[in-house]
Structures are given as C-alpha cells and as structure tokens.
Design a protein around this ligand. Sequence first.
Ligand code: PLP
Ligand code: COI
Length: 365
Amino acid sequence: MTTTPEFSASFTQNEAARTDQERAAILADPGFGNHFTDHMFLSEWTVDGGWADPRVVPYGPLQLDPAAAVLHYAQEVFEGLKAYAHADGSVWAFRPEANGARLGRSAARLALPELPVEWFLGSIRALIAADRDWVPSGEERSLYLRPFMFASEVFLGVRPAHHVTYSVIASPAGAYFSGGVKPVSIWLSENYARAAAGGTGAAKCGGNYAAGLLPQQEAFEHGCEQVAFLDAAEHRWVEELGGMNLYFVRSDGSVVTPELSGSILEGITRDSILTLAADLGHGVTERKVSIDEWQGGVASGEITEVFACGTAAVVTPVGRLAWNGGEVDASNGEMGPVTAAIRSALVDIQYGRAEDRHGWMTRMV
Ligand code: PLP
Ligand code: COI
C-alpha cells in the first residue's frame, strides 16, 4: 500500500521556447489541436511507489519502448478542458474538478490507477503557470488542456500495467470546426455502434475514438461533418456524436437530452447545460430519445433546434441529419435562438463576462 504525497511539481525551463514573435503568430490563428505550448507535465506511477516525480518539463516527444502495453492493448484514458483568459489578465479553468473526477472514473474502468483530484488540479495549474503566455485572448479563444494517462509498462501479457505515465499537454485553440460557429451536418451511423452496455462508452478512453473513425469516414463520404450513434442493442435510441453530446429543443421551448445510458460519455458541458437551460426558464428533461423522434420531429416542426455540446465544440448547432435514404434539416443554415441563448449563457461565464453563480470557474493563475 502506497500513499500519494502532497502535490508539488518541479520545473525545467524549455531553453528552446518559441520567441514572442513566433508565439504571437500561432496565437493569431491557432485552429484546433495544431499547436502545443513550450512545456508539458509528466509523472509516473508504479505499483510499489505510487505517483512520483511530478514535473513540468520542455514539451517534446516521449520515449516509448515498442513493447509498451498501451501500443498493444490501448490501456489509456484522457480528458479535455479549457482555460480562459479574463479581461483582468487572470486565467480560469471551467469545472476542472469535474474533469478530474471523470478521469478517475475512466481510469477505474480501464484498470488504471487513481490519480488524486488534487494532483489533477495541481498538474494543470503548474502547466498553465509555466505557459501563461500561451493562453490566447479573444472571442472563441482558449487554452485547451489534454491530460492523459497510459500503460507504459514494457510487457506483452494481458493484465493491468504496473507502470503508468500521466501527462498534460496544452494547445492554444480557436473554434473546433474550421467554419466557425455554424450548423454542422450529421451522418447517422446505422451499421456501427460507438459503445455497448457494459463496454467503455462512459469512459473517456482512446479506444472509443478509434472505433468511431470508420463511421466518421463514412460521414465524410456522405458529405457530413460528424457522425451520430444509436444504442448498440436496439439501434433505436440516440446516444451521442463521436465527440459531443446532443440536445433537442422542442416547439414548446423545452429542451431534451438523451439520458445517460452507461454507454454515453457524461459530458461536463451537457451537465452544465441542464442547469443553464433551467436558469433560462426552459423545461429540461433527460430521457430516451428515439431516432424516429429526431427524424420525425424535425420534419413535423415538433423539434425546432438541435445542438451538440462538448468542451472542444462548446455549443454547436446541428443542421442536416442524413441517413441511407433520407435527410432532415433543423437549422435553416443558422443557429437557432434557444441554442444561441444557451451558448451565450455558457461562454459568458467561461470568459468572465457573466456572474459565476454556480461556482464553476477555478482560478489558475
Ligand atoms: N461525448 C464524447 C464522446 C466526447 O468525446 C466529449 C468530449 O469531451 C463529450 C461527449 C462532451 O464532454 P465534455 O462536455 O465534458 O467535453
Ligand atoms: C473534447 O471536447 O474535449 C473532446 O474530447 C472532443 C474531441 C476533441 C475528442
């Protein structure tokens, strides 16, 4: 039995850090997931020693033995959260303890060790402090943080790894979709499921995304940007997109999101919108939503808006839903008023323009 010591990270300056000019050029148009800051966080866990050697070091390639278990059995989990620069120069993260708790649940499902939430918070705080100048300011801009944990043991037997690596990297980000905030088109995956009951759908593990790539490619081939998945048992109940949860706005002004089924990722944006939509006076329900309800509801006008939500994509209107043999469009090519109001309520809190009534923001530096 080992105990994890109190968090305190060492720091090694990157002597090859980008110049102010190079950084400014990147921050002027960061896109999503293209650029990384000058430092990264690292710590390793062993069965005997627990978590050790927390450190912020120059960003760079990891050395992995070809027999590292993650490369063979995908024992890996990750998180995604954002830090925002406020007008007074302070930097804040949105509900980071919820991401820390979810990393813990994902790790437990993948038989990876628990990382104390204080270590999770300490790791992102230490990295943001080192790379404060990389937090972009401006509309839709943020520093996207990607904590991840993987089996680094050199061993090909199939069992939970005895050596695990935890890291955090950071990436200045603009809008997730290159077209900015406009309706995305969705392909309905009828042949592939993302996750099944008892599987890993509720965990944020790399394998779920690998399984979604082929259907995602199918979506591209049908001229759609994202793919929607149904439940694996009945192929009837709407679950989520490859990397976002879904909401439906009904003609009576109420909003509905698919209930957590055990195979849906419990999105922190999804959870926040349950609260924000109620604050805005909407009736809010979590329940099963059938694909017939989506297709028929948009066609009949019963469903007036559809939107997707997640850390990377924030709140993104959904337009066309296409499937083999038909399509409907909920958007008229624009973001609907309820989607826009919910989006504003969320981003105004994140960027410090509205009061943080629910205590969601945590100051980082
Ligand atoms: N569903 C999936 C599969 C995701 O990858 C994400 C993104 O993190 C979400 C939903 C939304 O989760 P969150 O709002 O916590 O970012
Ligand atoms: C996120 O929104 O943080 C995600 O993880 C979605 C995607 C970039 C994987």
